[in-house]
Design a protein around this ligand. Sequence first.
Ligand code: IPD
Length: 293
Amino acid sequence: MRTILQKCTMVGMTEFDVCKLRDYAADLAQQAASLISTKRSEITATGDIRAHSQTKTSAVDPVTEVDTAAEEFVVGSIRKDRPDDGIIGEEGANVPSRSGVSWIVDPIDGTVNFMYGLGEYAVSLGAMVDGQYVAGAVINVVKGTLYSAAVGHGATVTYRDGTSTQLRCRQETDPRLSLIATGFGYTETRRAGQAKILQELLPQVRDIRRIGSAALDLCRVAEGTVDAYYEHGVKVWDVAAGIVIARESGAQVHVPHSWTSDDRGALVWAASAELAPAFERLLASAGAKEVID
Ligand code: IPD
């Protein structure tokens, strides 16, 4: 079986190029984060951000003017800087790739937190080559904490003061002592299914965290501030960058085999290699390995 780096070579990419994708993602994510902060301040200075939002898949699934503006900024930048690359964006961008590279863009992952002023929302930019997740960056917009990774080159967190550290996931082995991040979908039926699983899992783990951004959940697995993450029905833009960051920190990340932007409720989960076998058994015993529509 070919490695991801071998697949990159097949489309003419070197290891150096994979690092360039990571650095490009990191730079662009920082610029988008700055735009989001500025626009949020402008809107909140004169009123409620909810007046600048609409709903998407359900009444509780919002998109704000700032999500749209941030995606337009990111897409415009990629089109200018890397005109042959493809783009898939949460707010509708869909550009086919001529270079073999595609960017998976979530302009604000954690839009509900963004609307309410909770400080856990992020820009997430992932790069894919030949269907493989190869590089990405996620920035916590409020804290300015930037997570980035390139396949084969490790994952790094850079703080607002410029200091940075290599990421290494925690090596807890016992699910009963594990802190587990998860999230919920936007429809009543999916939430009902997710609640049943939660009811099974909660008595069997240290505790559960619902942070509100799948991209940041995966970065938290990478930095060891949670031990594992699982969720049904996330979209590829929620997790494309986080997948590379978590894997490069030593975590195992399991994603659906063929994943399009449709809304099937398949399971995504991540845990350190030490925890993964027992965590997977726990997920299976709670019925979490099934799709939740
Ligand atoms: C959502 C967040 C949330 C997760 C949802 C996602 P959005 O993304 O990642 O944590 O539980 O499944 O849809 O809508 O804020 O971009």
